[in-house]
Design a protein around this ligand. Sequence first.
Ligand code: ADP
Ligand code: ADP
Ligand code: ZN
Length: 214
Amino acid sequence: MKIIMLGAPGAGKGTQAKKIAEVCKIPHISTGDIFRANIKNGTELGAKAKTYMDKGLLVPDELVCDLVVDRIQQDDCKNGFILDGFPRTIPQAEALKAALTAIEEKMEYAIDIDVPDENIINRMAGRRACVGCGATYHVEFNPTKVEGVCDVCGDKLILRDDDKPETVKRRLDVYHEQTQPLIDFYKKEGILVTVDGTQSMDKVFEDILKVLGV
Ligand code: ADP
Ligand code: ADP
Ligand code: ZN
């Protein structure tokens, strides 16, 4: 199964993608996670990406496309994969399509998790990320067992710098301008499905499984 997660920042792409990846036994490929790992490891790519991420802007297409195209051709992607946070622009979607067409493959589902802007600011302010393993929580909607401590690895939780309200507003503008057009792109490709992302996490997941027929 080859799946793309679409949706505004904070719509729940990462939360759902992890669960889908587990059930479908396919790798979860998050470009945001890849950039954050590069920043943590002090790579050149990380340093370049950080200047854009801190401002709430997209990292330029040329830094993203090759990375993803290489990743999806690795062995563990043979039975499919789930893309979370990519593509985010029409040129990225075109690059993905071209890379797959070249090996006679195509994406099968683009799942748009629909959440209005009003809900997003709250979601982001309450999002907490583990510095150790990258697991994501929410102070109200998905709290850890012990406050501030990751359930998975025991490391500490932080509020991402780019989840502060000023940056979230910018990221929403960027989303509407550069990423939302992908909804039409995948509608035309005939693979778009929309789920109501304002529901509980479990209900959203249930709706997605129905769409995927698993
Ligand atoms: P969110 O959880 O809000 O959807 P991500 O973790 O996916 O955010 O991405 C964080 C930041 O990383 C983005 O704001 C952007 O700067 C950068 N980024 C991630 N994926 C891409 C991409 N496909 N193209 C450009 N920039 C990206
Ligand atoms: P994205 O990857 O789209 O940026 P996340 O999956 O990281 O979004 O979710 C953003 C925040 O909202 C996280 O703190 C997450 O725990 C929380 N969240 C995700 N889905 C829901 C939901 N259906 N209802 C309430 N909160 C949610
Ligand atoms: Zn952790």
